[in-house]
Design a protein around this ligand. Structure first.
Ligand code: FAD
Length: 462
C-alpha cells in the first residue's frame, strides 16, 4: 500500500508570529501532520535587537496559549512575570505635557497570563519582555539561521523557495512571516504599499534606578504603560515592569533598577529643521547623536517642568554606544537607538487578495503603528487561526487559505486603521485653545469609559 506523503510547510521568519505558528503546527500533529521547516535571515538569536517591551493582550494571550505546548508555556513567566500585587498595575495612563492625568482606562486585575487569557470582554494587556518572549518561543525550534529568502516560484501543487546563499527548498505551503519589509509580500502583492506617516520614532531600552522610578510613578501612579502628549505633535511612551533587575554595572548605592522601554515620537519635519541654533548632525549609526537629538527636541518642544526634566533624565540612561561584545552581540546589526519611520500596511487597501499556496502572517501582511500595542497580538492571533485552517489541508484544494485570509484581513485592517487614526490624532500640533479642547475631550472620555466599565462589570461580572 502506498503511504500518504506528509505535506511540507515552510515558514520564513522566526519572529513572534512565525515561531507561534511553528509551535501550533507541531502541537496539532496528532490531528494533522506536517513536515515544518522554519528559516530566518538572522545568523543567531542575538543577531538583532529584540528589546522593547510589548503589551500582550487578552486576545494575544489566548492565541499564544492555543499555539504553544505546555512545556513552552511553563517558561512564559520568564517573559511575562506574574504581576506584583498592589505594586504593578497593568494598564495605560495618558498625561498632558506637564503630567496632568487625562485618561486612565480602568483595568481588570489578573495574576498571570492564564488569568489574562480568560478575560473575554474589553482589552487588557500585560507588559511583556519581547526579547525573552522570543527566546522562550525559540526553545525546541530547529530554526535554520542565516537563510535569507529572496524569492519563490509557485508550481502546480507546491512552491520553490529561494535563499540568498543559493539554496532552494520545496514545500506545499509557504508562509511569509518575514516582517514589514517582507520580500514574500512584495512578490505576492506588489501593489500593496507601505503607508508612511511622516512621523519619526526612536525607541530605547533603559535600566531605571529606583529613585528616578519613584519620581515618575508619583505622576503615573504605578501604571506600567504611560504616554505623555506634547503640544507640537510629539509624544512620549514608556513601558516598564516594577520588578528589580539584576544590575550589570557596579552600582555603589546598590539601588534597585527596573527595565523600561522609552519611545519618543515626533513629526519627521523636526528631523530637517533646526530646532536649536547649535544643531548637531544626527547619525543613525551613532546612538549618542540620536539620543542628543531626542533630548534637544524634548528641551525645545516641551515646557520647563518636572515632567520634562524626568524625560531628559530617562533619555540620558539610554546606551550611547553600540555594544561591542563579540560574545553577547556577535553581529553588527545590534543598534537599537535609531530613528525609525512610523509606517503601516492596510491589507485591505488593495482590491482583492488572490489565495494561493503562499500565505502571509503578522507584520508582513499588516504592520501597524505601535500606538495601541496590537501588532504582535495580531501576529500571534494569525498564527493561531492559520494553524486551525491548516487542519483542513488537502493536496487538492486551498480553500482553507481563503477562509483564513478572510478573517485575518477583516480583523487586522480594522486594527491598522484604528491605530493610524489614533496616531494622527495625538500627533496633531495644538495651540492653547486646541490643548484645552484636546485635554477636555480626553477627560470626558475618561469619565465615560469608567462609567461604561463599571456598568459592564456589574452586568457581566467578567
Ligand atoms: C516600538 C514598538 C513597540 C511595539 N509594541 C507592541 C505592543 O505593545 N504590542 C504588540 O502587540 N506589538 C507591538 N509592537 C509590534 C510588534 O513588535 C510586531 O508587530 C511583531 O513583532 C510582529 O511579529 P512578526 O512575527 O510578524 O514580525 P517580526 O517580529 O518582524 O519577525 C519577522 C522575522 O522575519 C525575519 N525576516 C525578515 N526578512 C526575512 C527574509 N527575507 N528571510 C528570512 N527571514 C526574514 C526577521 O529577521 C524577523 O526575525 C511594537 C513595535 C514597535 C516597533
Amino acid at each position: 500500500m502506498q503511504q500518504e506523503k506528509i505535506p511540507t510547510i515552510i515558514i520564513v521568519g522566526a519572529g513572534l508570529g512565525g515561531l507561534s505558528l511553528y509551535h501550533a503546527l507541531i502541537k496539532n500533529k496528532d490531528k494533522k501532520e506536517f513536515n515544518v521547516k522554519i528559516f530566518e535571515r538572522e545568523s543567531c538569536p542575538t543577531d538583532r535587537w529584540q528589546g522593547y517591551h510589548i503589551g500582550l493582550s487578552n486576545y494575544g494571550a489566548q492565541s499564544l496559549l492555543n499555539c504553544i505546548p505546555s512545556s513552552i508555556a511553563l517558561n512564559l513567566p520568564k517573559a511575562m512575570p506574574n504581576s506584583i500585587p498592589d505594586i504593578e498595575i497593568h494598564g495605560i495612563t495618558i498625561t498632558d505635557q506637564i503630567g496632568n492625568v487625562l485618561l486612565t482606562p480602568p483595568t481588570k486585575p489578573f495574576k498571570d497570563v492564564y488569568e489574562l487569557a480568560k478575560i473575554s470582554r474589553g482589552l487588557s494587556s500585560m507588559i511583556t519582555y519581547r526579547d525573552r518572549l522570543r527566546d522562550v518561543l525559540l526553545e525546541d525550534v530547529p530554526v535554520q539561521w542565516n537563510k535569507k529568502c529572496i524569492k519563490y516560484v509557485e508550481i502546480q501543487g507546491g512552491v520553490w523557495v529561494f535563499f540568498e546563499d543559493g539554496s532552494q527548498e520545496y514545500c506545499n505551503i509557504l508562509v511569509g512571516a518575514d516582517g514589514i519589509n517582507s520580500p514574500i509580500r512584495k512578490q505576492k502583492l506588489p501593489e500593496l504599499q507601505i503607508f508612511d506617516y511622516g512621523i519619526t520614532h526612536v525607541g530605547a531600552d533603559v535600566s531605571v534606578p529606583k529613585l528616578l522610578m519613584d519620581k515618575i510613578n508619583k505622576i503615573h501612579g504605578n501604571i506600567l504603560a504611560c504616554k505623555t502628549l506634547g503640544t507640537k505633535g510629539d509624544s512620549t511612551f514608556m513601558m516598564t515592569r516594577l520588578i528589580p533587575i539584576k544590575q550589570e554595572q557596579n552600582d555603589e548605592k546598590n539601588e534597585p533598577h527596573y527595565r523600561a522601554t522609552l519611545v519618543y515620537s515626533y513629526p519627521s519635519e523636526f528631523d530637517n529643521i533646526d530646532v536649536e541654533s547649535d544643531k548637531v548632525k544626527v547619525d543613525d549609526n551613532d546612538p549618542a547623536s540620536v539620543i542628543e537629538h531626542v533630548k534637544r527636541l524634548i528641551r525645545t518642544l516641551r515646557p520647563d517642568c518636572e515632567l520634562t526634566d524626568l524625560l531628559l533624565e530617562l533619555w540620558d540612561l539610554a546606551p550611547k554606544t553600540i555594544p561591542n561584545d563579540p560574545i553577547k552581540f556577535p553581529f553588527k546589526t545590534y543598534n537599537p537607538v535609531q530613528r525609525r519611520m512610523m509606517r503601516d500596511i492596510d491589507p485591505m487597501s488593495i482590491k482583492s487578495w488572490t489565495s494561493s499556496r503562499v500565505v502571509l502572517l503578522g507584520d508582513a501582511a499588516h504592520a501597524m503603528s505601535p500606538i495601541l500595542g496590537l501588532g504582535a497580538n495580531n501576529a500571534i492571533q494569525d498564527a493561531d487561526k492559520l494553524s486551525q485552517a491548516l487542519l483542513k489541508y488537502t493536496d487538492n484544494t486551498i480553500s482553507f487559505i481563503g477562509e483564513y485570509e478572510k478573517e485575518m484581513l477583516k480583523r487586522t485592517s480594522a486594527d491598522v486603521l484604528r491605530s493610524r487614526t489614533v496616531t494622527f490624532k495625538i500627533s496633531m500640533p495644538v495651540g492653547p485653545f486646541g490643548v484645552f479642547i484636546r485635554d477636555n475631550i480626553l477627560k470626558f472620555m475618561n469619565v465615560m469609559i469608567n462609567i461604561y466599565s463599571f456598568a459592564d462589570n456589574l452586568i457581566f461580572k467578567n
